[in-house]
Every structure is written in structure tokens, then in C-alpha cells.
Design a protein around this ligand. Structure first.
Ligand SMILES: NC(=O)C1=CN([C@@H]2O[C@H](COP(=O)(O)OP(=O)(O)OC[C@H]3O[C@@H](n4cnc5c(N)ncnc54)[C@H](OP(=O)(O)O)[C@@H]3O)[C@@H](O)[C@H]2O)C=CC1
Ligand SMILES: O=C(O)CCC(=O)C(=O)O
Ligand SMILES: [Mg+2]
Length: 417
């Protein structure tokens, strides 16, 4: 198939060395997917804010060369019906090592459950990293929202997201149920005649690479604790195993020692000497404790579905998914993305909060090592919120705010650099 990509002539590709360390030129080419629904609203202000932050920080010495790549509805327009995720998009993200995307709708039919999940799985982006912090002045349902300061490491490649699922009433579902009953001795499947079945693979290798990345982050960023969040009391061999493998890895690879006979353990941060606690909590208890005692949690490692629920819940505590950033990270490849979806009712209205994608791009700048530009984006965001110049989602919860559009909020961030 003929390529639909226009490669910027003045830019250069980011590369990685054999240890997956980035080599970032001053003029990197960064592929971006605009996204469906409100993607058309949030992506242009993201690019404008990031370009302005880079220009102001480096005075023309550094510049991002953006390259549009396609997925979702726009891909079907560019490549033809039914092409939701072209191979050259996957290849570009892999080849250029760092990319960013807007939200994508799950296509109806077409055999793909979720384009977002497909991108993560095809590129083996096994860490979904979602930091959650409070910006002063943001409306929140909590009395002390500033106590919520957590970083979620969500396993991004397995769990029920593997898509091994059979529809009720089909020959496949009946066959799996037959197998479970007759060969595996399962006796507790109720109403087996019309019963869908899903499989939840959770592996030692998948758990270890996620927990390893989370502990390394805890060390590198001088954080206090790592909490494994799971429902292992019920799903003993999947979520329970995640917890056990996580603790084992902390001991085996980071020298953690049991506290009071375990299972909690701790080790000294090799960079700062500070003690890092490794602990666990059952997911339902965690969801009430993040409201009641958020200060007790810091870096979180959890499985795919728990991580999805937890990231929206925590985002709500500090202002909502309108400003909740994220990144999908693998070995040598990173795809930054907003936490929210396509919010179709707001598409094209220049209304929603672009903060989530802008802060995802801020994470991207930090990933490139362009910390001065990243710091400027944070400063601009803090200033815009402190001045109460906000989009509808904050405006409806604030007194005396100045309501601005999606693009207007991007401009307000730049005004506050
Ligand atoms: N990573 C991705 O690309 C994701 C894609 N999706 C997909 O998006 C589609 C819609 O999903 P849905 O469940 O409605 O979730 P959405 O996140 O799209 O929207 C839910 C609600 O969240 C609020 N919201 C979302 N984005 C913003 C924003 N930028 N600024 C302010 N408020 C915002 C709005 O709340 P209010 O109505 O109160 O104003 C909106 O109605 C589905 O196809 C889903 O699969 C979903 C999640 C992630
Ligand atoms: O792909 C989807 O539709 C959902 C993804 C999602 O909810 C998330 O990434 O948090
Ligand atoms: Mg989600």
C-alpha cells in the first residue's frame, strides 16, 4: 500500500541504544494521532502549547517536527473503510520511539475491540503510567485534595484485556464450559446454558516487568512506598499471584527484607538511603482508603482492569479526567495519551479541557529530557488554574471563574509561562 505519511524533511528520528536509552536530536520527529471525537479539539492546543514551551525554553535551538499518523475514524478516511489501525502507524510509532495520541473510539464491528488496547498490545507497551497530583485551585470533592499524590503503574498487556472472551450461547462458549466442567472439574458455573466466558491471563513475567518498572520509578523519583493493589483474596491465582510475585521481586531484585514477618517489606533507596516500603492492599479497601487516607499511598502497581478503574477514580479526586495525563511505555517505545475518551457529545465544539493531553505531552517532554520545557508547561497550567481561567468542567464547580474554550485554555497556559 502506498504510504500516506508525510515525513518532515528537517527533522530527525529519535533512536534508542541497546540499553533502551534515548538519543534525542534537537529536531526530533514526533508522530501524533489526532484522535476521534474531541481529539480534533484537544490535539491542536496541545501542539501549540508544547511548541511555545520548547521555543521559550531553548530559543530556537530545539524544535519538535510533528508528523501526523492515523488511527480511528481518520484512518478510515485516509486509507479506506475498515482500516482503523494501519500497519504504517504501528511501524512509525516503533521507528520514531516516542509518539502521542488523542482518544480513539472503539469501532463498531471490524473485529477490533479497542484501538487503544490494540496499540498497547501490538507495540508491547506494558506500562500504563498515570501520575495523579493536585494543582492548587482545582475544584475537588475532597477537603484536602493536595494529599492525593500518587503515580499509577497499570499493567497494560494482559489480564482480561487480552480479549479471550466467548459470547453466551455460541458453540465456543459451550465448548469452553464443557471443557471446564468435564475435564477441569468445575462445578460452580451457574446457568451454563446462556453464559459468556472470559479468561484472565496474569503471568509471572508480565507482573515482574511491571513491578520492576514501578520500583525503579520509586527509587529514581525518591518516593516513599510502592503498593500492590489486587483482589487476591478472591482471584488467588491471578490477582493473588500478582501480589506474591511482586513481593518476591522486591526481595529478589531490590534486596527488600520482610517487616514484622511480612508480607510487607522494605529496602533502602540505593540513591538516597531513604527507606522504601513495599506493601499491598485489596482493591475495594484501596478505593475507600484513597478517599479517606490518600496520603498513605504513593506509587501504585496494579493489573490492567484495576488500573483503569483506579486511574479515573483518582483523577476525580484532583479535578477530573479533563486534566489526567498518561503514557504507555515499553522497552524503547513510548506512546503518550490522555486518560479520557472521545467524549463524542462535545466533539468539535472547542469546549472540553485539553489539560489531559497537554500534561501527557508534558510527560513526553520529561521523557525526552527536555525538563525546562516540561517545567514551563506545569507552570503555565498552575498559573491558568490559579487565575481561574478554566474550561466548562472546572467552571461549573468554581465560583467567580472565567470560562474559556478548549483552545482558550491552551492560550491561557501559554500566557502563564
Ligand atoms: N484512551 C482512550 O482513547 C479512551 C477511549 N475511550 C473511548 O471513548 C469513547 C467514549 O467513552 P466514555 O465512557 O464516554 O468516556 P469519555 O472519557 O470519553 O467521557 C466521559 C465524560 O468525561 C468527561 N470528559 C472526558 N474528557 C474530558 C475533557 N477533555 N474535558 C472535560 N471533561 C471530559 C465528560 O464529562 P461530562 O459529561 O460530565 O462533561 C465526558 O462526558 C468510547 O468509545 C470509549 O471506548 C474511553 C476511555 C479512554
Ligand atoms: O480503549 C478504550 O475504549 C478504553 C481505554 C480506557 O478506558 C483507558 O485507557 O483508560
Ligand atoms: Mg479508562
Amino acid at each position: 500500500m502506498e504510504s500516506k505519511l508525510v515525513i518532515p524533511t528537517e527533522g530527525q528520528a529519535i533512536t534508542v541504544d541497546q540499553n533502551n536509552r534515548l538519543n534525542v536530536p534537537n529536531n526530533p520527529i514526533i508522530p501524533y494521532i489526532e484522535g476521534d471525537g474531541i481529539g480534533v479539539d484537544v490535539t491542536p492546543p496541545m501542539i501549540k502549547v508544547i511548541d511555545a514551551a520548547v521555543a521559550k525554553s531553548y530559543g530556537g535551538e530545539r524544535k519538535i517536527h510533528w508528523m501526523e499518523v492515523y488511527s480511528g475514524e481518520k484512518a478510515t478516511q485516509v486509507y479506506g473503510a475498515d482500516t482503523w489501525l494501519p500497519q504504517e502507524t504501528l511501524t512509525a510509532v516503533k521507528d520514531y520511539c516516542v509518539a502521542i495520541k488523542g482518544p480513539l473510539t472503539t469501532p463498531v464491528g471490524g473485529g477490533i475491540r479497542s484501538l487503544n488496547v490494540a496499540l498497547r498490545q501490538e507495540l508491547d507497551l506494558y506500562v500504563c503510567l498515570r501520575p495523579v497530583r493536585y494543582y492548587n485551585g482545582t475544584p475537588s470533592p475532597l477537603k484536602n485534595p493536595e494529599l492525593t499524590d500518587m503515580v499509577i503503574f497499570r499493567e497494560n498487556s494482559e489480564d482480561i484485556y487480552a480479549g479471550v472472551e466467548y459470547q453466551a450461547g455460541t458453540a465456543e462458549a459451550d465448548k469452553v464450559i464443557d471443557f471446564l466442567k468435564n475435564e477441569m472439574g468445575a462445578t460452580k458455573i451457574r446457568f451454563e446454558q446462556n453464559c459468556g466466558v472470559g479468561i484472565k491471563p496474569v503471568s509471572k513475567e508480565g507482573t515482574e516487568r511491571l513491578v520492576r518498572a514501578a520500583i525503579q520509578y520509586t527509587i529514581d523519583n525518591d518516593r516513599d512506598s510502592l503498593t500492590l493493589v489486587h483482589k487476591g483474596n478472591i482471584m488467588k491465582f491471578t490477582e493473588g499471584a500478582f501480589k506474591d510475585w511482586g513481593y518476591e521481586l522486591a526481595q529478589k531484585e531490590f534486596g527488600a527484607e520482610l517487616l514484622d514477618g511480612g508480607p510487607w517489606c522494605s529496602f533502602k533507596n540505593p540513591k538516597t538511603g531513604k527507606e522504601i516500603i513495599v506493601k499491598d492492599v485489596i482493591a475495594d479497601a484501596f478505593l475507600q482508603q484513597i478517599l479517606l487516607r490518600p496520603a498513605e499511598y504513593d506509587v501504585i502497581a496494579t493489573m490492567n482492569l484495576n488500573g483503569d478503574y483506579i486511574s479515573d477514580a483518582l483523577a476525580a479526586q484532583v479535578g477530573g479526567i479533563g486534566i489526567a495525563p498518561g503514557a504507555n511505555i515499553g522497552d524503547g517505545v513510548a506512546l503518550f495519551e490522555a486518560t479520557h475518551g472521545t467524549a463524542p457529545k462535545y466533539a468539535g465544539l472547542d469546549k472540553v479541557n485539553p489539560g489531559s493531553l497537554i500534561l501527557s505531552a508534558e510527560m513526553m517532554l520529561r521523557h525526552l529530557g527536555w525538563v525546562e520545557a516540561a517545567d514551563l508547561v506545569v507552570k503555565g497550567m498552575e498559573g491558568a488554574i490559579a487565575n481561574k481561567t478554566v474550561t466548562y468542567d472546572f467552571d461549573r464547580l468554581m465560583d467567580d471563574a472565567t470560562l474559556v474554550s478548549c483552545s482558550g485554555f491552551g492560550d491561557a497556559i501559554i500566557d502563564n509561562f
